[in-house]
Design a protein around this ligand. Structure first.
Ligand code: ADP
Ligand SMILES: N[C@@H](CCOP(=O)(O)O)C(=O)O
Length: 389
C-alpha cells in the first residue's frame, strides 16, 4: 500500500482503503457541528507505540492503548485566515509573533515558547506543506504516554500535531498524511505509522536518494511513506516494564554503529520475516515468536544504556506461561513482552529482572509495569461545540 501524501492532498481526497483508513476532520462528531466560520473545538487523540518489536529496527511498530489528546480551540474564521497566509509567512521564527497558547501538565506556554512544543512544531510543519496555521489557536494537551521511555510519546505528539494542522486549516486529512508528516519530523516511520494507523504495522521511509519535493511555489511537500498493516491475533496484549528514568531517542540512536556485518543484517532480515509469519497464526507458537524477536541491530548496542535489559530479554516462554517474546521498546528504556495471558505475572517478572540490576548510581533499577491493549484505531479527530473548551 503506497501512502502518498502529495497526491491525496492535491486531489483533496479523503478515501478509505479499509486498512489505511482515512478520516475527515469532524468525522465522528460528538456534538453539533459548528458553522465553518464559527469558533470550533477540535479533539485529536493519538496512541503511543512500541517500535522495532525486536528485529524490525526502524520498520515495525505496534500502537499501544496509551493516548495523547489535544483539545484545540480554533478561532472563528481560522480556515480563511490560514488559506490567506503562506508558508513563507511563517518562517523559523514564527513563534515570536505567533498567537498560540499550549497548556499541558508542565504549565502554559505562549508565543515563541509554545512554538517549540512538539505538537505545535509538527502542526506547523504539516500546515506549511499547504498553508500556514491560523493565529489564535489555544491548545490543551494531555498525555498518558510517558516521555522518553520508548513508548512513542514524540511520535504520538507529531501525529497529533499533523492532524491538528489539518483540522485547524479545515483541510481533509488522511491517516496516511498524518503518518508521513510525523515520520518526516521523527526521521523514521515506525512510531509515526503506528500512531497514525493503529495496530501492528511495517513502515518505510521514502528512498533517501529520492528527489526533494516542492509544489512549484517553493513549498516543501511532505514525503510519502510506505506502510502496511500486519496481522496480530486479538488475544495478544503488551506488557510494558517502564524503568523510572528517561532515555532520549537521539541519545540511544547515537549509540548505534553506522555499519553492520552482513551476518547481523541477515540475522535480522530472517527474523523479521519469521516474526511476521509466526504472529500471523491464530495461536502463535511462543518458541517461534521468542526466537524471531531476537535482534542484532540495536538491542546489543543499547544494552549499556538500559541496565537489566539482558535479564529481561532472557525471560523465556518455556518457563513463563502466556509469554510470546520480549524486546526493547523503541529506543528504550522500556521493555515490552507480547503475551496472551498471565500478564501480571509477566510484568512482575520483568520488573524483578530490572530490579536485580544496578543503575549507574549503584542502586537497583526501579520499573513499573503496564498491561496494554493494542490500539487498533490510530489517530482520531472529533469536533465539539465551542463551549466544550
Ligand atoms: N506531550 C508532549 N508535548 C510536547 N513534547 C512532547 C510530548 N511528548 C513528547 N514530547 C517531546 O518528545 C521528547 C521525547 O521523545 P523521544 O526522546 O523520542 O522519546 P519517546 O518518543 O520514546 O517518548 C520529549 O523530550 C519532548 O521533547
Ligand atoms: N526505530 C526507532 C524507534 C524509536 O522509538 P521511541 O519510542 O524510543 O522514540 C529507534 O529504535 O531509534
Amino acid at each position: 500500500m503506497q501512502l502518498d501524501t502529495e497526491s491525496e492532498q492535491a486531489a483533496g481526497a479523503v478515501h478509505s482503503t479499509g486498512t489505511a483508513r482515512a478520516v475527515r476532520i469532524g468525522e465522528g462528531c460528538l456534538g453539533p457541528r459548528a458553522a465553518a466560520d464559527a469558533a470550533r473545538v477540535v479533539v485529536v487523540r493519538a496512541p503511543g507505540s512500541s517500535a522495532n518489536v525486536g528485529p524490525g529496527f526502524d520498520t515495525l511498530g505496534l500502537a499501544v492503548a496509551l493516548h495523547l489528546e489535544v483539545t484545540a480551540l480554533v478561532p472563528a474564521g481560522a480556515a480563511a485566515q490560514a488559506a490567506s497566509r503562506t508558508a513563507a509567512d511563517f518562517g523559523a521564527d514564527f513563534g515570536a509573533d505567533f498567537d498560540i497558547e499550549v497548556a499541558d501538565e508542565r504549565g502554559t506556554a505562549r508565543g515563541a515558547e509554545a512554538a517549540r512544543n512538539l505538537v505545535v512544531v509538527a502542526a506547523a510543519r504539516a500546515a506549511a506543506a499547504g498553508t500556514a496555521l491560523p493565529r489564535g489557536l489555544r491548545l490543551r494537551v494531555r498525555s498518558a504516554v510517558p516521555r522518553g521511555r520508548g513508548l512513542g510519546s514524540s511520535g504520538a505528539a507529531a501525529v497529533a500535531g499533523a492532524a491538528l494542522a489539518a483540522a485547524a486549516c479545515a483541510l481533509p486529512l488522511s491517516r496516511a498524511a498524518a503518518a508521513a508528516a510525523a515520520a518526516a519530523l521523527e526521521g523514521h516511520a515506525d512510531n509515526a505509522a503506528a500512531s497514525a494507523l493503529g495496530g501492528f504495522i511495517a513502515a518505510a521511509m521514502p528512498d533517501a536518494d529520492g528527489p526533494d519535493r516542492h509544489d512549484g511555489r517553493g513549498r516543501h511537500a511532505l514525503p510519502a511513506i510506505t506502510a502496511a498493516p500486519l496481522r496480530l491475533p486479538p488475544a495478544v496484549r503488551i506488557v510494558a516494564a517502564v524503568p523510572r528514568f528517561e532515555l532520549a531517542t537521539h541519545v540511544a540512536r547515537a549509540a548505534l554503529p553506522t555499519a553492520y556485518a552482513r551476518a547481523d543484517a541477515v540475522f535480522n532480515v530472517q527474523r523479521i520475516a519469521l516474526l511476521i509469519a509466526a504472529l500471523a497464526q491464530d495461536s502463535p507458537d511462543p518458541a517461534s515468536v521468542a526466537s524471531a524477536m531476537r535482534d542484532r541491530l540495536h538491542q546489543p548496542h543499547r544494552a549499556h544504556l538500559v541496565p537489566g535489559l539482558a535479564d529481561v530479554l532472557a525471560l523465556d516462554p518455556a518457563n513463563v506461561p502466556g509469554l510470546l517474546g520480549v524486546c526493547l521498546s523503541g529506543a528504550g528504556p522500556t521493555a515490552v513482552a507480547l503475551a496472551t495471558h498471565n500478564f501480571d505475572d509477566i510484568g512482575t517478572r520483568m520488573v524483578a529482572a530490572f530490579r536485580a540490576a544496578k543503575g549507574p548510581d549503584g542502586l537497583p533499577v526501579e520499573a513499573d509495569y503496564l498491561v496494554l491493549d493494542v490500539d487498533r484505531e490510530g489517530v482520531v479527530v472529533d469536533e465539539l461545540p465551542p463551549e466544550c473548551f
